[in-house]
Design a protein around this ligand. Structure first.
Ligand code: NAG
Length: 222
């Protein structure tokens, strides 16, 4: 009897855990689609649904991902990232896309998406891609690869990752993310560029650096 009870409790524990994991991510849709109605004042997790009769093909359309972005900026990259705000038909569907153009050495600096896993494919050029594991398990391990045209690489949910063009020519990647609005947290900008700024003592101690270096790190890219 005790064994049966134990089995029952274990199953319950497993079900409970599974449920928690499912709820932590975007849930399965409960209807064909729910095109975002930005004008609806109702606040839900995502956007309220537009009346189906008003839905048109344009709600599911985004154009221009074939167009190269302007990479004449300090990081040498251009990110074109249509989310649910640009494609209202993505609402509740748990997916979005991003095109990145890179000049040689162009860098997408270490960042994380709080609400998505990402799979990135190289369309042109040679790209170093990497992510860092969280510190439970193998501690802060870098997992990286030099990718060539046609290679795909996964950045697991929420982990810090980066991409750099390590080839001689321009590079282009396209990625898909498991969120309608994956969000982005650029590590350097969020820590050193917050508004209001984080106390210099905190940053100096956390990064084992002098306060003068903190000020240098706070300056914008140039
Ligand atoms: C690219 O951006 C730079 C810097 O903002 C600008 O000077 C240049 O005119 C842009 N090039 C094109 C083709 O738009």
């Amino acid at each position: 009897m005790a064994n049966v009870m134990l089995l029952f409790l274990s199953i319950l524990a497993i079900i409970n855990r599974t449920t928690l994991i499912v709820l932590a991510h975007e849930p399965s849709p409960l209807q064909d689609f729910c095109v975002a109605d930005f004008k609806n004042p109702v606040r839900v997790n995502g956007f309220a649904c537009l009346d189906q009769k008003q839905v048109t093909a344009d709600n599911f359309l985004f154009r221009g991902l074939n167009i190269a972005g302007n990479t004449s900026n300090p990081l040498g990259v251009f990110v074109n990232r249509p989310t649910v705000l640009e494609i209202p038909g993505l609402n509740t569907l748990g997916i979005s896309t991003v095109r990145v153009d890179y000049s040689p050495q162009g860098l997408v600096p270490p960042h994380r998406h709080p609400r998505a896993t990402e799979i990135l494919t190289v369309l042109e050029g040679t790209v170093l891609a990497g992510f860092i594991t969280s510190d439970n398990g193998p501690e802060n391990r870098l997992i990286s690869k030099v990718l060539h045209k046609g290679d795909a690489f996964v950045f697991p949910f929420g982990l810090v990752h980066f991409q750099q063009n390590v080839g001689e020519e321009n590079a282009v990647t396209i990625a898909f993310l498991s969120g309608q609005n994956p969000g982005v947290i650029p590590i350097a900008n969020s820590v050193f560029g917050s508004d209001p700024p984080i106390n210099s003592d905190v940053l100096a101690k956390a990064f084992k650096i002098d306060k003068s270096v903190v000020n240098k790190l706070r300056a914008p890219y140039k």
